[in-house]
Design a protein around this ligand. Structure first.
Ligand code: TTP
Ligand code: MG
Length: 376
């Protein structure tokens, strides 16, 4: 296969790559695979290329009850996306190819991606199954950074047959936002002097760590874009959002000194299940937490990891989803401890109605001796 990397999206197309000597700046690269699970499936079965492909629960001709893990960009054109109920995906795009996820396969392709990235010799931090940061400051300039990005893209495409998007900038937050800027198969380079012009017009939701809830709260204050956020009174933000607001503001202003931590496997890890019929049977709920805890704990053990934070996700009959997390006093891999914590958290948020979906997510994951990673 001949890789044909696309040309990078510069903020200012007239800017000649590398015309600025930024050797004193940190240069961070963020890579995120495109429609990862779907791309792996399409690589395995080339006849699926160009077709809408949805990975997730069985749609059962529209009566299926799980959710979409991800889908190809062809399916996204019909409005399908991650976490959408599979029945809705079927309604939007009944002619799509619906596949059950093959986690072992995705895990092994993820390892190959990380191996390729590691082969370039830079400090690497894997943050999820399909994304990683590299600290490429030692390259000394953005022209070399661009060459490296093109080489990474072409190596991944020629060896694994799938594409990725890369963002490069002076900090982790901006690199992550940049990798998402032009997907699929994108390359976006944000020079330090263009940081404000790049980030300013973007909606605040693009900032990693800002979810639907924070977006709503910011919107109440009249803050919709990152530029609005940069202009807001930091005292008001801190009084509403606590100390986290300071690092958030700093990171969008380019003051983002969070290191790329070498931690071969650290990330969050989750499993969830949708019941065949909604239930309020406490025994079934307890058993389900047991099974979910077994599954996540097995992955922890296989990858020689441990975790400290357990979060439960509970979706009720009316599709209202609640989550609650707790950080334990010690790291653990023990399924009984994870399941006990999950059941306790469940009791705290359960209002007695019927439940549609339960999930467990583990975070604060590390390998003993590896440094901790969090994005915000
Ligand atoms: P993402 O990188 O968020 O999504 P993606 O790679 O499928 O698509 P994009 O091109 O927008 O990056 O997540 C990586 C994989 O994680 C995704 O392929 C499937 C899985 N995943 C879920 O199972 N459920 C989810 O809700 C999300 C967001 C991802
Ligand atoms: Mg991805």
């Amino acid at each position: 296969m001949t890789p044909v990397p696309k040309s990078p999206a510069y903020l200012n197309p007239a800017m000649v790559p590398g015309s600025l000597d930024t050797s004193l700046q940190r240069i961070i690269l963020h890579l995120d695979m495109d429609s990862f699970y779907a791309s792996v499936e399409m690589q395995k079965r080339p006849e699926l290329r160009g077709r809408p492909v949805v990975i997730g629960a069985d749609p059962k001709q529209g009566s299926g009850r799980g959710v979409v893990c991800t889908c190809s960009y062809e399916a996204r054109a019909f409005g399908v996306h991650s976490a959408l109920p599979i029945s809705r995906a079927f309604a939007l795009c009944p002619h799509a190819v619906f596949l059950r996820p093959d986690f072992a396969l995705y895990s092994s392709v993820s390892e190959s991606v990380m191996e390729i990235l590691r082969s370039f010799g830079f400090r690497l931090q894997q943050v999820s199954i399909d994304e990683a940061f590299l600290d490429i400051s030692s390259l000394g300039g953005y022209a070399r950074a661009e060459d490296l990005a093109l080489e990474i893209k072409s190596k991944i495409l020629s060896r694994l047959g799938i594409t990725c998007s890369i963002g490069i900038g002076p900090g982790k937050a901006v690199a992550k936002i940049a990798s998402d800027f032009k997907k699929p198969d994108g390359l976006t380079i944000v020079l330090p002097e263009h940081l404000e012009a790049f980030l300013g017009p973007l909606p605040v939701r693009k900032i990693p760590g800002i979810g639907e809830k924070s977006e709503r709260e910011l919107s109440v204050l009249g803050i919709k874009t990152i530029e609005d956020l940069m202009r807001a009174d930091p005292r008001i933000l801190v009084s509403r959002f606590g100390r986290g607001a300071v690092s958030l503001l700093n990171s969008v202003r380019g003051i983002d000194e969070r290191e790329v931590c070498e931690n071969t496997g650290a990330r969050s890890l989750s499993r969830e299940t949708t019941f065949e019929s909604d239930t309020d049977d406490i025994l079934v709920i307890g058993e389900t937490f047991g099974k979910l805890a077994e599954a996540v704990s097995r992955t922890l053990s296989e990858e020689h990891l441990r975790c400290r934070t357990v979060t439960v996700k509970v979706r009720d009959q009316g599709f209202i989803t609640r989550t609650k997390g707790r950080t334990l006093s010690h790291y653990t891999t023990d399924p009984a401890a994870i399941s006990a914590c999950a059941r306790m958290l469940f009791q705290e948020i359960y209002d007695g109605g019927k439940i549609r979906l339960l999930g467990i997510r583990l975070s604060s994951i590390d390998k003993p001796d590896a440094c901790q990673m969090t994005l915000f």
